[in-house]
Design a protein around this ligand. Structure first.
Ligand SMILES: Nc1ncnc2c1ncn2[C@@H]1O[C@H](COP(=O)(O)OS(=O)(=O)O)[C@@H](OP(=O)(O)O)[C@H]1O
Ligand SMILES: Nc1ncnc2c1ncn2[C@@H]1O[C@H](COP(=O)(O)OP(=O)(O)O)[C@@H](O)[C@H]1O
Length: 178
């Protein structure tokens, strides 16, 4: 069985988490790895249905996703997780769960600055917040606690999608996880 691992891509809305995860997933699948992308939006429809964006709900969401990711990773799957996870203690709890089970865990900070994210505004959330139609948007009027020592930091505003995905691929390779 090939080595499983969780790769958590944390960052602001429109930072590039989902795009990088799918680009990397394609490359890994082509090479025969088993891969799952646990996308925040999809998870919120099912596993986290009913949860909102309060601190408590975001924490619960991140713990549930961390639980599933660890199960997958401990069974040889590369679990790619493009989920904001704005709170350091939530991310730390997920890392700990992996450590306790001896499962590889990598934290990637997609560190696109908020001014770039708000121009990209893939889902129109920044515009909605500016228009007063949405409150509690991460990085604008809700907290985002930046990772202090991520395994990798990506400046997506200076790279192509392919370059960003390649840097995560290189990290997996360096850690002996491919
Ligand atoms: N208030 C607020 N703040 C942040 N994000 C918001 C909000 N409302 C909706 N969305 C959209 O929800 C998507 C999934 O969020 P996550 O599950 O990744 O968030 S969290 O980790 O639980 O904080 C998240 O997806 P991405 O844009 O892919 O990051 C947002 O598009
Ligand atoms: N280097 C890069 N990595 C990832 N996305 C990028 C990059 N450069 C530009 N983009 C664009 O930024 C947007 C990011 O959107 P998305 O992946 O949905 O963000 P998130 O999942 O973080 O909310 C996409 O339109 C993508 O094409």
């Amino acid at each position: 069985m090939t080595s499983g691992a969780t790769v958590w891509l944390t960052g602001l809305p429109s930072a590039g988490k989902t795009t990088i995860a799918h680009e990397l997933a394609g490359r890994l699948r082509e090479e025969g790895h088993r891969v799952e992308v646990l996308d925040g939006d999809e998870i919120r429809e099912f596993l986290s249905a009913g949860l909102g964006f309060s601190r408590e709900d975001r924490h619960a969401n991140v713990q549930r996703i961390g639980f599933v990711a660890e199960l997958l990773a401990s069974n040889g799957v590369k679990a790619l997780v493009p989920v904001i996870a704005p709170y350091a203690d939530s991310r730390e709890a997920v890392r700990k769960r992996h450590q306790q089970n001896g499962t590889a865990y990598l934290e990637v900070h997609v560190a696109t600055p908020v001014d770039v994210c708000s121009v990209r505004d893939v889902k129109g959330l920044y515009a909605k917040q500016a228009a007063g139609e949405l409150k509690g948007l991460t990085g604008v009027d809700d907290p985002y606690e930046e990772p202090e020592s991520p395994d990798l930091r990506i400046e997506s505003q200076h790279q192509t999608v392919q370059e960003s995905a390649a840097s995560v691929y290189a990290l997996l390779s360096e850690r002996g996880l491919l």
